[in-house]
Write a protein that binds this ligand. Structure first.
Ligand SMILES: [Zn+2]
Length: 107
């Protein structure tokens, strides 16, 4: 007997969540800034330095944290994991809501 395709897809989603365990909250942002050294390339106000940050709510308050240059790609991916986690949770909730409504109506 073939399984319920919705349950199979829910199971696949649940099992995929383990790979997102390193997810980070908030959004990944790039800020341009001048460093203040008068002889630096950024002194013209155009060739600014990039500073990467994560912007996140901590106990309801917005905070930003600088991302060290060597971690930029890693942190970007970890923030992206959170979006995939949220999308998976929304799909799972949708499946469960449909099942709830079906069961409730005795169908
Ligand atoms: Zn500079």
């Amino acid at each position: 007997m073939p399984g319920d395709p919705e349950l199979e897809s829910r199971g696949r989603l649940i099992r995929s969540l383990g790979s997102l365990r390193e997810m980070l909250p908030g959004s990944f942002v790039e800020r341009k800034r001048a460093c203040g050294r008068p002889n630096c390339r950024c002194a013209d106000g155009k060739n600014l330095h990039s500073q990467y940050q994560i912007s996140v709510l901590v106990e309801g308050k917005p905070k930003t944290f600088n991302v060290p240059a060597k971690w930029i790609e890693q942190v970007r991916q970890k923030v992206e994991m959170r979006h995939r986690f949220d999308a998976a949770a929304a799909t799972i909730c949708g499946i469960n809501l449909r099942r709830f409504l079906k069961q409730k109506d005795g169908r």
